[in-house]
Design a protein around this ligand. Structure first.
Ligand SMILES: NC(=O)c1ccc[n+]([C@@H]2O[C@H](COP(=O)([O-])OP(=O)(O)OC[C@H]3O[C@@H](n4cnc5c(N)ncnc54)[C@H](OP(=O)(O)O)[C@@H]3O)[C@@H](O)[C@H]2O)c1
Length: 269
């Protein structure tokens, strides 16, 4: 299996990113550990308040900028206020970068179409390589697709064993939109599922590794978060085994439509 996916705009995106939501003061070290372990994709957001730390780690890593894939996201208050460009420039400054690889609308709040159109302009200026969305259900995507000429490269959604939206995954695939799974481990809640432990024992892997591998085999990009070096290394070490069809089916059957985060149709922030 290749370790990157090709987006609908031609750019390559590494299939495993380090997520840094709630990484707090450990962010810089976690990013450095991740880069050392082979990660080339980091997923942050303006509202995580750690873009500076991510930027410092990128500088310190010594890795050529062209080898890294950096994602950040436009926060809801900036979308509502029509401040896409200002918010983007602020993120860029904090990250100490002159472009980001992927910029996402964080949540489908009022004003997302206008924000997305501004992102298209920033893309034309070379400041964003790929543009996408997050927390967009099918009806949000249908609305956006009817109003803009550039299809989002990515939809970043909660997707893990207990929260599987197959209909959205199919819609994304049909429209050449790559799905990224946020909270791929269910924020840790899926790690002690007995059925996953049985599969993990069989492959001599951890439950985290089985979940992440299952998602990759479903063509979903994963963003596991950890601030522990050994877990960061472990979460990347998933290219040397393959779940068979029977185990893929067993994982698919664990769905409970149970979210760990907010429903994109009902949130109050
Ligand atoms: N677009 C959005 O709206 C949105 C929303 C939520 C999240 N996200 C993105 O998705 C990323 C991941 O989501 P998440 O942070 O909610 O949850 P997650 O990656 O599903 O799970 C992270 C939790 O699992 C633990 N963990 C990680 N690897 C482990 C391993 N190998 N063994 C045991 N425990 C392990 C972590 O603990 P330690 O850190 O203590 O190791 C942490 O408590 C975020 O960081 C963010 O980038 C995006």
């Amino acid at each position: 299996m290749k370790n990157y996916v090709k987006l609908n705009d031609g750019h390559k995106m590494p299939k495993i990113a380090l997520g840094v939501w709630q990484s707090h003061e450990d962010t810089k070290q976690a990013v450095l550990d991740a880069i050392k372990a082979g990660y080339r994709h980091i997923d942050t957001a303006a509202c995580y308040h750690n873009e500076e730390a991510v930027g410092e780690a990128i500088q310190e890593s010594g890795i050529d900028r062209s080898e890294l894939f950096i994602t950040t996201k436009l926060w809801n208050s900036d979308i509502r206020a029509g401040k896409t460009r200002e918010a983007f420039e602020e993120s860029l400054k904090k990250l100490q970068l002159d472009y980001v690889d992927l910029y996402l609308i964080h949540w489908p709040v009022d004003g997302y179409v206008e924000a997305y159109k501004e992102m298209i302009e920033l893309q034309k200026e070379g400041k964003i390589k790929s543009i996408g969305v997050s927390n967009f259900k099918i009806h949000h995507l249908q609305d956006l697709l009817s109003k803009v000429e550039i299809i989002p490269a990515v939809d970043q959604m909660e997707f893990n064993p207990q929260m599987q939206d197959e209909e959205l995954l199919t819609f994304c695939k049909d429209n050449k939109i790559v799905m990224e799974a946020w909270s791929p481990l269910g924020s840790g809640k899926c790690l002690s599922t007995p059925a996953i432990q049985l599969i993990a024992d069989k492959y001599h892997k951890s439950t985290a590794q089985v979940i992440l591998r299952w998602l990759l085999q479903k063509d979903i990009v994963v963003l596991p978060k950890s601030v522990h070096k050994e877990r960061i290394i472990q979460n990347y070490d998933i290219f040397d085994f393959e779940l068979n069809d029977e185990d893929m089916c067993l994982m698919n059957q664990l769905n409970q439509n149970l979210r760990t985060g907010p429903d994109p149709d009902h949130f109050d922030f």
